[in-house]
Design a protein around this ligand. Sequence first.
Ligand code: NAP
Length: 339
Amino acid sequence: MTSGTSVTSREWQLIARPHGAPRPGDFALREAAPPALRDGQVLVRNLYLSVDPYMRRRMDDVPSYVPPFQLDQPMEGGAVGIVMESAADSLAAGDYVQHMLGWREYAVLDAENATPVDRALAPVSAYLGALGVTGLTAYAGLLRTAALKSGDVVFVSGAAGAVGSQVGQMATLMGASRVIGSAGADDKVALLRAYGFSDAFNYRDAPVVDQLRRAAPEGIDVYFDNVGGEHLEAALDLLNPHGRVVLCGMIAQYNDVEPAAAPRNLILAINKRIRLQGLLARDHTDLRPRFLSEVGGWIRDGKLRYQETIADGIESAPQAFLDMLAGGNTGKMLVRLPG
Ligand code: NAP
């Protein structure tokens, strides 16, 4: 809109870099007028914002695979919304899109950075979770990084979260013989059993290695790591020869100010010829059409379930993020804005 937009928007900015766990005072909600539309751009009203663990790393001024958030600048993240105005041929007002200018009410962006979403397949919020990056992370991690084989025994940590809950169910659908999950609350463990996990435990009840040994007396072939630390150490103990570890995330360490103490047994990777490989979902966007077709089909047929924990209103975004880091979510943590 070379004509300026009349909307006013609010956006979250990081105003202080956290030391350890972030605090609400590290964020400020500020008003900002979206810029005028240029040719090829769209104005999107956001409907759902994603808050994700990787955002904690972006709050530190350290090199990573995504640049740090800049202080006193709008934060970014996944979002889905509706196109309000379009100066692009490829999108029209009323289209629903997924994009990366979250943490704000309205976004102006190049249409090429907005991906249309199919509301016939699932509600739009699913494109930030089960049919979005977290779902693709689970799918690509099992298919490619773990090279999952029929009959494998799989252990996944963070198993009641957005990625983990999909990993466990997908592993079964892809041919795993047993799937074990760990989570930090009894109601989450009950949900994993309802999702069809072969076994599940609360990692707060007893040492992870003891609980994992009980759940997998025959050992494990694949460990999908969302947590790091004690979980990774336990998995290394229980992995069978030629086991594979998908290094997806290490959320137990994201607020650490000192290097982690575990794992202390990495030497086992030599003895057992274990392969540990890092996973970045963004390396696997070529899988998206196959992922949407196969996983969308599983969801439509009721074979794959997902859950969302929803906080309402732009004001709730930082607290939703803090709650997610502390385990307050089951499935994907989202912030819903007025429709
Ligand atoms: P999520 O699992 O939905 O939410 C985070 C969960 O982490 C919390 O609900 C909490 O569940 C658990 N947690 C927090 N602190 C913990 C601790 N000290 N020990 C054990 N569990 C802890 O988040 P997500 O989006 O699905 O992400 C899961 C992991 O995948 C994260 O490590 C994230 O960085 C990673 N990830 C990686 C990629 C990639 O491309 N590599 C993409 C997406 C996500 P409990 O109640 O069970 O403790």
